[in-house]
Structure formats: C-alpha cells, structure tokens
Design a protein around this ligand. Structure first.
Ligand code: BG6
Length: 483
C-alpha cells in the first residue's frame, strides 16, 4: 500500500544529487504506485525559480534518464513538484515563510526534510525550520553524506541536529545500504543454514572489500581536495559493508537489533594509529596515463594546491576485528578512482583444505557483487573433464539477480526514499555508528596529515600503487582479480 501522504522538502533541490538520483528515484516510486496520490516534492534552492520553471527543468533534465512509458504518469509526477526560493543564511525570511504557508495547507502530513546540501548547512537549516515552527512530531530529517570531516565535526553536526530532532526522526544516508546486494547479504547470512557455522576465523582466511571506480574527479576538486578516498568512501560505504559482513546474527530483523550489532563491529575494530598507519594503510593518487588526466590536471575552477597534492584518490587498508569470531582474519579494504574497471564486491576467501590429495587447487571464495551485475558467486574446485590426470579448476556457482529475477533491480535511492517515507530507519546510520566509524578513521587521517610523504602515484587506469599489492603480498595473499 502507498506510504502516508507526505511533503518531501529537498534542500539543494535543484542540485546534482537531486537531479541525478532523488528525482529519478521518486519518479520510479510514483510509477510503481509507492507514493500516495497527494504526496508533494518541494525543492528549496537559491535559484529564484517558480514551480513552472522547476517543472520545466525537471522535464528537460530528468525525463531522459527514466523510462517514461506513460506520459500521464510523468505529468502526474511533475504535478507533485514545487519550488521555494530560500535565502540561505541571509536576512530575508520570505522563503521560510513561503515554505510555512505551503506546509500549512495540510498539517496532517508527514514532513520529510531532506538535506542534500553541504554539512555546514545542516545545523543552520534545522534551526531555521524550528524557528519557522515547521518541526512537528511527524517530521523527519534526512542527512546526506559527508557527515563531518572527522569525529569532532560529526559530533557537532549530530549535536546541532539532535537539539531539534529526536534520534528516531534523524535518517543519515549511506546509499550503499540501499543497494540490493547489500540487503541480500543479510538474507544470505541469516536465512540460509549452511554459512553460519563456517563464517568465522576457523574457516575464513580473509575478506576483501573493494569499491573500484573508473571515473576520476573532474569538476569535483573543491570537495575532493578536502575529502579524499578515506573520508569519501571508507568511513561510510566500505565500513558499512564490513559491519554487515562481520556482524553477529541479530535476534530480530528490527532497526535497533541490526544497528546494535553493527556498532559492536565498529567498536571491535583494532585501532590503527601512529607508526602502524604506514604498515597497514596505503595511499595513492592517479597520474596522467593513456590520455586520461592525472588528479592534478583534472578540470577544476581553481589550480591545484598543496592539499590537492596530498589528497589520496586511492586507499587500501588492512583492518582487523578483535572479537572471538574474527580474531586473526584480516579485512582488506580498497577503493580508488580511475581504476581499470567499475566493480564493488565483497570477497570472502576460505582457508585451504587441511590436506590436499590433488595437485593444484586453491581456496574457495564467496563473491558478493554489488555492481555491475548484482550477484553472488561461490567459487568451488571442480575436476576438469578428462580421462587423464585429475586437473582441478575453480568454477563459480553463480546467482545473477538480473537474470534470476524478472523484477527490475531498484536503485539504492529508491529503496532508501521509500523507507524514509515509511519511517523505517533500519538502513540508515545511527548516531553511535557514524561516530564509531570516525573514531577509527581519525587516527589514520592524522598520521597521514602529519606525514611528510605524498600519496604513491599510480597511472590512471591501473589497480593502484605498488604498496596496495604489497599490503597483501607480504602475507602471501593477492587481490581477487590478480589470480
Ligand atoms: C559517493 C562518493 O558517496 O559514492 C563518490 O562521494 C563515489 O565519490 C560514489 O563516486 C560511488 O557510488 P556508486 O553507487 O557509484 O558506487
């Protein structure tokens, strides 16, 4: 059944995220009958647009990105859209008043304030909303990443937003949690009997979590110089994947039970600090190669600075979880821009057989692929057909969601927006989770910041600097694609 009627107010409503992800996701929800007929989407921006201007913009920029099979549905969707101009941080309160008038048309609706704006605006926007009397018990607020740039700034944002909204009203987005395979990981682990007994250090040799991208950072230097791969991808997305892989079975499929288990994993991460940072982490920055520009030559509105030279576009980390289940099992995390392929996956590598009676052979691997082509593969050893010597070959037992299920695989934001509108926070990060993640990240950041070394260069289009290979190589292991 469709969700409650809601007013979804998007700050940064004409920005990149809104046009590329949120509006297409909302259109899909509308098309699939998941939006109540009265639900409205109110974009807030400085733009000075009328409702008609905004609808025209969405018609021009979003229509081509979504399948419009029925023009009437598209028109219905456009009809939900409103635009309110707001003077952010300025003295002119007329925008807030206009928003208040619009929302007052129906006081009974759920209100969702989606902050798709820079994190420094989170606190001020929330205060403006309260001052305008717009925060009701049925209001929720959605915070986009990045949630701060270190632990103190994340705590400050959480305090500021927490002074106005209760924790149960705050939805912190990590769009990786909306990915189909990520939710399937929980089903795979907790709805199948055969994995749990071997999901531990007795059977598992190590885990690799990779998010490789082919894109660079054109036009993003202003953000990326001060983010880098560790803040942009590891603190949130990769650590979320790690918690879901490593968590204990929760007693119930419920928001707090699942998030409680995830926090425990983050709290059990062995800190990497001081001189250990150099041993257990690798930083890289891509350089010009094969017609692709280096990080420093990417088109940007300002020339590169010292911060640009120091920022990592690639990182690899050897993490460890200090608890009974995982003691001694390395979790290797890796992410980078301008790698040779776009691929996000979790690879669980099992130990070798205790005693091998065949020549050759190798370990079993379970691969959970988030993208492209969502799927799960279990690599097992098989005998190559033939009457001669036994020859072993790893072959995948594979499940491809796209071909196994006929239903369209929804985009991450569709799932997450549906959950926000239904008030279900299970797939959103709780305050203690975000802060526990920063607590682990901060010492790595500070060791990097105080180091005189620059990130190791790697040519654009390659799998990262030599250090990333040594990180595994020194214990006789290798990244998944290298075998
Ligand atoms: C975002 C990062 O959170 O995730 C981007 O800011 C990155 O730098 C993106 O490209 C990757 O998301 P996806 O869904 O394409 O893997």
């Amino acid at each position: 059944s469709p969700a409650h009627t809601a007013d979804l107010v998007v700050f940064g409503g004409t920005g990149d995220l809104s046009m590329r992800k949120l509006l297409p996701a909302l259109y899909h929800s509308d098309r699939d009958g998941r939006l109540s007929p009265e639900t409205r989407v109110i974009a807030m921006s400085r733009g000075g647009l009328t409702d008609a201007d905004f609808r025209g913009k969405v018609d021009a920029e979003v229509r081509d990105r979504v399948p419009v099979d029925d023009p009437a549905v598209w028109q219905r969707f456009l009809g939900r859209l409103r635009h309110v101009s707001v003077d952010v941080g300025g003295a002119d309160a007329s925008g807030w008043e206009a928003l208040a008038r619009l929302l007052a048309e129906d006081e009974q609706r759920d209100r969702v304030y989606y902050l798709a704006s820079p994190p420094r605006t989170f606190g001020p926007f929330c205060r403006e909303l309260r001052e305008a009397g717009l925060v009701t018990p049925r209001s929720r607020v959605v915070l986009e990443k990045p949630l701060g740039h270190d632990l103190p700034s994340a705590q400050r944002i959480n305090d500021e937003v927490g002074a106005i909204f209760d924790e149960h009203q705050i939805f912190r987005i990590d769009h990786y949690l909306g990915k189909e395979t990520v939710q399937n990981l929980l089903v795979l682990r907790f709805a199948n009997a055969f994995l749990e007994p071997i999901w531990n250090s007795l059977w598992i040799d190590h885990v690799q979590i990779t998010a490789a991208e082919t894109v660079g950072t054109p036009g993003r230097r202003g953000y990326y110089d001060h983010a880098g791969a560790l803040r942009d991808m590891v603190q949130n997305h990769l650590l979320q994947l790690l918690t879901l892989t490593a968590m204990e079975p929760p007693a119930r499929n419920d928001r707090e039970a699942i998030r409680d288990e995830k926090v425990k994993v983050l709290q059990a991460l062995r800190p990497i600090a001081g001189t250990e940072v150099e041993r257990f982490t690798v930083r890289g920055q891509y350089t010009e190669a094969d017609g692709m520009p280096g990080y420093l030559d990417e088109p940007a509105s300002t020339p590169p600075t010292e911060a640009s030279r120091r920022v990592e576009t690639f990182t690899a980390i050897r993490a460890e979880i200090k608890n009974w289940r995982w003691a001694g099992v390395p979790f290797y995390l890796r992410t980078g821009k301008r790698m040779p392929y776009r691929r996000s996956e979790i690879v669980v590598q099992f130990k070798d057989v205790p005693h091998s009676i065949f020549p050759g052979g190798g370990p079993n691997r379970l691969v959970l692929r988030l993208q492209p082509e969502e799927g799960i593969e279990l690599h097992i050893m098989a005998k190559e057909p033939g009457a001669g010597e036994v020859t072993l070959k790893p072959v995948p037992l594979s499940l491809n969601f796209g071909t196994t299920f006929t239903a369209r695989v929804p985009e991450a934001y569709e799932r997450l927006l549906t959950d926000v509108l239904a008030g279900n926070p299970t797939l959103f990060m709780r305050r203690d989770e975000v802060e526990a993640a920063w607590r682990w990240i901060d010492p790595i950041l500070s060791a990097w910041e105080s180091s005189s070394d620059l990130p190791e260069p790697y040519p654009a289009g390659t799998t990262g600097p030599a250090g990333a290979h040594e990180l595994l190589g020194r214990s006789g292991r290798a990244w998944h694609e290298e075998e």
